[in-house]
Write a protein that binds this ligand. Sequence first.
Ligand code: ZN
Length: 158
Amino acid sequence: MSILQLKIPARARKCKVCQKLFVDSDKVFSTVEGQEEDPQRSDYCEDCFDEKAIDENIWGHWYIVIKKEKVQLTPDQKAMELFKEEERGSNVEYLLFIAQYLRRKKQLIQRPEIKKEERLFFEDPKTSEVYGIPKAHIDPEKLSEFKALFFEQIEKSE
Ligand SMILES: [Zn+2]
C-alpha cells in the first residue's frame, strides 16, 4: 500500500556529527533514508558532510545555504507598530497624530459611534481592538515637529 503524503522532517537545528548550531549563511547538507512511512533525515555542516559515506540506503542528498528571512515592513505597517508602542506611552498628542495618519491610510477606522469622556475611538480592523484616545489639540509648531519625527521613524529602512 502506498501512502499519499510522504513527509520528510524539517531540518535539525544543529549538525548531527559535531553538534554545531546552524546559523545564517551556513551551508547545510541533508540526507534522507529509511522506510517510506518513517523517513530519517540527517543534517550536517559543511565540514562533517562526507559524500563518500553516501550509500544505496540513502535516497538522496542536497544542501541549502541558510538565509535568515528579513521582514521588510511597509511604512503603514511601521506606523501601526509605532502606534501600538506609543499607545503604552504618555504622549497623547503624538499618539493622536499617528492615529489620524492611520485613519487616512485606512489602517484604523474611526468610531464616532462610541462617545465617552472626550475621547476619539479608533478600531484596528485586523484585531478588532478599539483604542480610545483623549481628544487633544495639537498646535502647528508641534505638528511640524511630529511630522518630521514620524516620517523619519516610518520611512527609515532596517
Ligand atoms: Zn558538523
